[in-house]
Every structure is written in structure tokens, then in C-alpha cells.
Write a protein that binds this ligand. Sequence first.
Ligand SMILES: Nc1ncnc2c1ncn2[C@@H]1O[C@H](COP(=O)(O)OP(=O)(O)OP(=O)(O)O)[C@@H](O)[C@H]1O
Ligand SMILES: [Mg+2]
Length: 480
Amino acid sequence: MLRAARGVNGHTRGHGLSALRWLPNQDRFLRDPHKRKLIRQGNQWGGKTTAVIQEVHWRCTGTHLHFPTRPPPIKVWFVCYSWNQSLEIQEKVWNLVDRSELDPRTRFDPKNGFKGAHKMVLYKNGSQILFKTGKQGSQKDAAALASGSVDLVVIDEPVSERVYNELVKRLSKTGGTMLLSLTPINGPTDYLKALCDRGVIHDHHARCTPSELVPVGARFPLRDESGTPMDADWIAERIAETSESEVDVVIHGGWETREALRQISAFDRRFVVKGTHRATLRQGWGGVGDCGVMLVTDHGELAHHAVWLVIAYQALPLHVKGAPVLTRVVGEYSNPPGADEHDDVDAVTEVLKRMGLRLEAIAVGVGDHNTSGRSKGATSLNEVYTAAFARKMGLPPESPSFDIVKATKGAKSIDYGVRVLNNGLRRSRISVSEHCPGLIEAAERWQGGNDRYKHWIDAWRYGQTYLEDLAWSGLLLHAA
Ligand SMILES: Nc1ncnc2c1ncn2[C@@H]1O[C@H](COP(=O)(O)OP(=O)(O)OP(=O)(O)O)[C@@H](O)[C@H]1O
Ligand SMILES: [Mg+2]
């Protein structure tokens, strides 16, 4: 009974495609005649695989609804990530296509997939669908795909760039077509994104929104297997049960978790400035006048966990949109193993010297509030360093030329600081010198974790929020 229900030997069932009304993104994808096209959505909604199976069936039978295709018979490779995934897809094909078009020798078994000599779907007109696996990075899989010529390649879920390139070669003689359906997860997709950005592959992407779940021409959304309408509440529930960092990819089909997680997301290489800073620091930049210099630090115990940044800044008129200050990180230092406060002070002085500055140029220092570890008794690290800098300048420790003051911390201060940095970058108020590779790397990589990148971002946000607070109050200090 089960066998019959599965249609193992029967050609009477299947044809599920005829009962479907297409969702908007499926429809856009199916109407596109381009030779390389991708349907990209989140997992388990929207029917990516179903849409490509429809197009495969249309092309195998020469009945594409929207444009002419190569007359059958055609040869198709359906490439899945793994054999298990392939079995699932084979079952979908078996259940969806119009089996009256298939050669009666085509047999399907849920455990072993399509049976017979070549394990393929054979149409009466001679068109064939072969199932292949292209596990990422596997040389063996790539090699197995490295011969033959086909008219249509389908890639369901990401494969490695190696496998992709092999598959493109299989189409070169025939001038054939490639269809891709995937969620950009569990496999490499950087190269695919680049191909989409360049327009080589047409990218049909849909975020999971209520209107994307209403079929074209219908008024109500689809229902899931339990009969629940897939509406705004259904989407909210799916989002609630997905970890926050994965929502963009898993639900919305966005490219790459890494991109979604980057905290200083507004930062890119456009904000990195080249050249010497002597002129910058003498004349300022952007033509807005005097330039001040501050030191900022995130104290840390371990090597390279104490970070010092030199930030140059200029006040802007108060009526500008956003914070009225321009900032540029011009120098950086992090502690080598075993460095004490005097080593740190010497090193920071050297950093300043390389850009033509003396310690006397520093208007203010800001450091996080930290009295443990390297601090001395009840004295805070900020006081320890304030005194050490004074000593270095030949001043009595109790009469320094600048103080290192406490950074604003407290609940939500990380979120706030990250927002301040991103907003400043978006408004092009913030830049970073190319001489700050540590900070640049942290800006590009930090995903919010308590790792080595965090200290750079901590120091940066302390400095930026401090300067913005002063700028808002019209109290921004200028260089001595
Ligand atoms: N237009 C549609 N109308 C109704 N049901 C559909 C439609 N498109 C797909 N489905 C159904 O939705 C389910 C999921 O479809 P499919 O496997 O194609 O989705 P997918 O996006 O490839 O999912 P996955 O992320 O698991 O690969 C299947 O049961 C399929 O029959
Ligand atoms: Mg799928």
C-alpha cells in the first residue's frame, strides 16, 4: 500500500506541478530567459526547488510557458550537495512531474532514488535527467563532473567554486543553461555573489515578507502543512525561533552570515586614508580649521589586549546633520607581552613622534574604568597612566599636561558606541589612517564577541562618543 502510495511502479500519480499557483519570486524566476539564473530565498518557504523542477520539466518536454527553449531531447544534470539531499530532490521530481511524459522504464524507489542502468529520469521523447552530487571542496566529486556535455545544469544548494567551474565547462559546447536554487548557507557563496553582482548570473532574491507568500493572482497566502496561513504572524514565529544572527540568511536568503554579523557594518576601505599625517595634523582636513589630538585606550591585561589610539578631530558647525565633529584615527599601539606602563608610554610617544607630534599636543586622554589587574592598589589605571605620561614630559605626576579621564560605560554602552561609529562612518565623519592596520582589521572582522578585535573597537568607541558628547555641548577642545 505504502509502495503504491509512493508511486513506486505507477505512472498514475505525480504531476503535482499542475496544481500550483506560483509565488511572486517563483514567477519572476520562471519568466526570466537568461542563461544563468538563480532563485535565492530562505530555507523551507517559497519553493526554490519546486520552481527549478518546473523549469526542468518544461525544458525536457519543450513546453516552456514563457519563452522558446532548445527543442528536446535534452540532457540535464541535476547537481545536489549530497546523496541524501539528492534522494529528497529525486522524490520531489517524481511527485511533481507529469509522469505520462516519462518513459515507462523510469522507476523510482524512495530508498535508492531513480533506478535502472543510469539512475535517471528518461522522458518518452528522449530527454534525460541525471542526478549528480557535488559536495563542496571534494576533488573526487569535481573530477566526476569533469567530462561530458549537457544542455542544462541545475545546482540545488551551494557547491564549491571548483565544482561550479567544472559545470560551466560542461555547458560551453552546447551553449546551455544553468539554473541555481539555494539559500546561501552550508557552503561557499562568495564567488556566486560576485557573479551576481557582475550580472553574469541573474539573481532572483526575495526576502520573507507577507506579500511574497501570496501566489500571483491570489488574495490569500499559502498555508503550511498544518494548515496555518503563512502570513505576518507565521513569519514572526519563524523569526522568533531562529537565532538572531542567522535570520538574515536562513529566513530571508541574504548572502553570508559573516556579513550580517559584522558589527561595524558601515566600515569599508573607502574610509581608510593614505599618506602622511604631518600635514593633516597641521592644517586639518576638509577645510574646517584647527585640529585637536586625543589619546584613547582600552586597558587590558594580556599581550595585545591593551590598545591605544591617537585620534585627530575637528569641530564642525553645530547646525550640520549628525554629530558636529570630524574624527580620524591616525595612530595605534597595542602592548607586546610583558610591557609595563612605562614601556607603553614610551611606545605611544614614539607613535606620536612618527607623525611629527609631541606629547604636549595631546588635549585629553580617555580610558576605560579599570581598577583591577595592572592597577596599583586603589589607584585606577587611568591615574597610573596620567602620572606616567606626566613623568615622561618632565612634569610632576600630580600636575600632568593632560588627564586620562574615564570613558562613559554602563548598560547598553556597547550598542550605543557601535551605533555612533556606524552613523559617523555613514555620514563620512570618521576616517582611519592606513597606518592603523590593527583597527582596520578589527573594524572589518569584529562580530560582537569578546575577542582580540573587541579591544580596538572599545577604544575607538570610547574616543568617538567622548568627542561627540563634547561637540554637542560646543565644548570641543582644540590642540594646545
Ligand atoms: N507555489 C507553491 N504553492 C504551493 N506549494 C508550494 C509552492 N511552491 C512550493 N510549494 C511546496 O512547498 C514545499 C517546499 O518547497 P521546496 O522544496 O521547493 O522549497 P525550497 O525553497 O526548495 O525549500 P528548502 O529550503 O528546504 O530547499 C513543498 O511541499 C512544495 O510542494
Ligand atoms: Mg530546496
